[in-house]
Design a binder for this molecule. Sequence first.
Ligand code: CTP
Length: 305
Amino acid sequence: MAMEYESNNWIWDGVYYCPRLFGGLMLTAALLGLSTTYFGGIGLFPLSYVWSDSGIFHKKKCEKKRIRVYMDGCFDLMHYGHANALRQAKALGDELVVGVVSDEEIIANKGPPVLPMEERLALVSGLKWVDQVIANAPYAITEQFMNSLFNEHKIDYIIHGDDPCLLPDGSDAYALAKKAGRYKQIKRTEGVSSTDIVGRILCSVKDTEGGGDHTSTLLNGDSGERCHSQRAQISQFLPTSQRIVQFSNGKGPGPNARVVYIDGAFDLFHAGHVEILKKARQLGDFLLVGIHTDHIVRYFIYFML
Ligand code: CTP
């Protein structure tokens, strides 16, 4: 199901040919932390059309075509690798359309997802780099789907991380897009994946069940060794100042801004987090988010269990 395209061609003309005005709207929405499609239901807004003095609705002339890029994925248990992928994809164009792969397609190609479509959709739609979402996207870029991306959705490039994405028969899921010369790659973030997160959760459950000397409990048996090696893995995603700049929109609160503060563990980012952050943002002009340290999170989990 594609969202909000079908009956709005006149708006789309404006979107393609009038980047600055439309970009302003997108930027405002991004600063608000809102998706311009899924939540607000106002993905497209006819800003590129202006009233002339005579009252005739005419199209404002703008020079450059906006580049629309498409990235798909399962986006199960949203993690910083996904955020970094979407950030890089957005930088390759002006508008980012994201295809969220259907539950059925994920099951057929790599096993059941933890989060169902609606929750994965809510997470993806909540990110500031995402301009539009296509729900129930296919896992592989088939000829039919590729044509609908190019012709209906006016996509210029299809983007994926530089990890191989193979179908069960061993073929490349993006082969057709590559052949068509409309494929671009971004750098995959090392050290994190949905599969890895599921592994970490299983390990932490084992930790809790084991009590006392976790390491010795876990090292008994195969899964114990797996957990030990997972813990030894160091994330490559260091929050350097360069990274923080890449992820930031560079805006601080204005002089009279009402600053709202919310804090939390934000462990395993989920649709509930997206919702609460949006509500908090609506209470003021600037939202500051505090993230608890690992130590505090462990302390509370210890007392809650
Ligand atoms: N991606 C990335 N870096 C990661 C994980 C994912 O750049 N560490 C990119 C993928 O290359 C893809 C998009 O994010 O373009 C969506 O990835 P997804 O299909 O959700 O895959 P994974 O998170 O790798 O999930 P899994 O462990 O189930 O393969």
